[in-house]
Design a protein around this ligand. Structure first.
Ligand code: UDP
Length: 192
């Protein structure tokens, strides 16, 4: 995709479906991918924190997770086609992963949420290969990272909130040939 700059962040100039197609194609081809879904909060935070901004810029794709970003792009006369939210991408990729028997690792949210997440996946996504799920309240990430490296999941979803999740991904993404994506509070929303 071409990119559209909003307050120093290059957003992917793509519709939600184009974005999903691209990510699914890269998973199929085992291309290492880092996705950031940036809401206005993240954009503002990146302006204050150059180190975080630098880290965000190592992502392969940044999607506009918020109508505010789409509105800003229109005001700047470089309109982005539509809002592409983290939760939307998360749920679509889960469905696709289930249909295509892809393997997924989940890290983030509270232990109780992870418990519910596992139940829901077993019930509603029987073809998805669960390579592991760990809550986001760990002291050391060694055990988590070792499992990810050994299991080589197609997708790693990290739901520990920003800026933490992007730091975790930037640090560990080289361990697989798959897709890594920060999804904020998506596990909480998903389990309801
Ligand atoms: N979280 C976590 N570990 C932490 C702090 C937060 O796993 O040390 C989780 C929290 O349980 C929630 C998510 O991170 O599920 C943060 O969600 P939020 O909607 O605040 O996302 P943000 O907007 O911060 O990206």
């Amino acid at each position: 995709f071409s990119s559209i700059d909003i307050l120093g962040i290059p957003f992917a100039n793509a519709t939600r479906n184009q974005f999903l197609d691209q990510l699914q194609g890269r998973i199929e081809h085992h291309q290492n991918t880092f996705v950031v879904t940036a809401n206005p909060e993240i954009v503002m935070y990146a302006r204050k924190d150059p180190a975080y901004r630098k880290l965000i810029l190592t992502a392969d794709f940044i999607s506009p997770d918020g109508i505010g970003i789409v509105k800003a792009s229109q005001t700047l006369k470089t309109p982005l086609p539509e809002r592409v939210t983290g939760y939307d991408i998360f749920t679509h990729l889960l469905n696709w992963a289930n249909q295509n028997k892809k393997s997924v690792y989940f890290v983030g949210a509270k232990p109780q949420v992870i418990k519910q997440l596992k139940l829901k996946l077993a019930q509603d996504f029987p073809n998805l290969q669960l390579t592991g799920a760990h809550d986001g309240y760990f002291k050391s990430d060694t055990e988590i990272v070792n499992v990810i490296e050994k299991q080589q999941p197609d997708i790693v979803f990290v739901a520990t909130g920003f800026p933490n999740q992007e730091k975790f991904i930037a640090h560990n993404r080289h361990l697989t040939k798959g897709l890594w994506m920060g999804v904020g509070g998506s596990f909480d929303v998903f389990v309801g």
